[in-house]
Design a protein around this ligand. Structure first.
Ligand SMILES: [Zn+2]
Length: 210
């Protein structure tokens, strides 16, 4: 039995596969995370290869074969990476995409997540330099919440104190007031929205998702 389907997708990652092939991981709208192989992608069908680079939204056609899916067609709808995109912006987009790849299960469709990732990449693409960190933190945090890893930042996770919050504990998943002593590594805490990404990435790293 074999099947072919078309879906819109965000390209999460791409790697060399066997001798001349590429293995591409897509986050599709209707079919969730799914990977497909582009046969001979870096020689014969280089026209296709350009549409398989990560951090873009595409229309993809996947055909089921004996050893998984083959990429029958792929056309870019929108590339979130502009020519000359700065490395910081690219790194942030890469963060959202990597988290999505690691935290999702294969073939589990999630329309809310799809929209969040799309909006996050779109907002990072359009953001002015001064807003980048803030926007990155916001979307990284929203994705983390969606996956069930919301950092607790309103009050000390040990005693509930709301004043004198000084450190963030990735292990405990929240902030600590100045009187707490923990042996695990912590991160200095300040309540600015440009620092939010630091706490979320520390928490996700601790969970092995980042
Ligand atoms: Zn406390």
């Amino acid at each position: 039995m074999s099947s072919t389907f078309t879906d819109c997708a965000i390209v999460l990652s791409r790697e060399a596969w066997r001798e001349a092939d590429k293995r591409v991981v897509f986050f599709t709208l209707q079919h969730g995370k799914i990977d497909g192989v582009a046969v001979g992608a870096h020689k014969i069908r280089s026209k296709l290869a350009g549409h398989l680079e990560p951090i873009r939204s595409v229309d993809v056609m996947l055909a089921e074969g004996k050893q998984g899916y083959k990429i029958a067609q792929c056309v870019t709808r929108r590339n979130f990476v502009d020519p000359g995109c700065d490395i910081e912006r690219l790194r942030m987009m890469g963060g959202l995409v990597r988290l999505t790849q690691r935290a999702t299960e294969v073939r589990h469709s999630d329309l809310i997540l799809y929209q969040l990732l799309f909006d996050g990449l779109s907002n990072l693409q359009q953001a002015g330099e001064t807003d980048l960190l803030k926007i990155y933190g916001k979307y990284l945090c929203t994705l983390a919440e969606h996956f069930g890893y919301a950092p607790m930042l309103a009050a000390c996770v040990v005693c509930g104190e709301t004043e004198n919050l000084q450190r963030f504990s990735p292990h405990l998943g929240g902030v600590l007031c100045k009187k707490e002593v923990v042996v695990e590594k912590t991160v200095l805490y300040d309540a600015t929205d440009t620092s939010l990404h630091k706490y979320v990435s520390a928490l996700l790293s601790w969970r092995g998702l980042f």
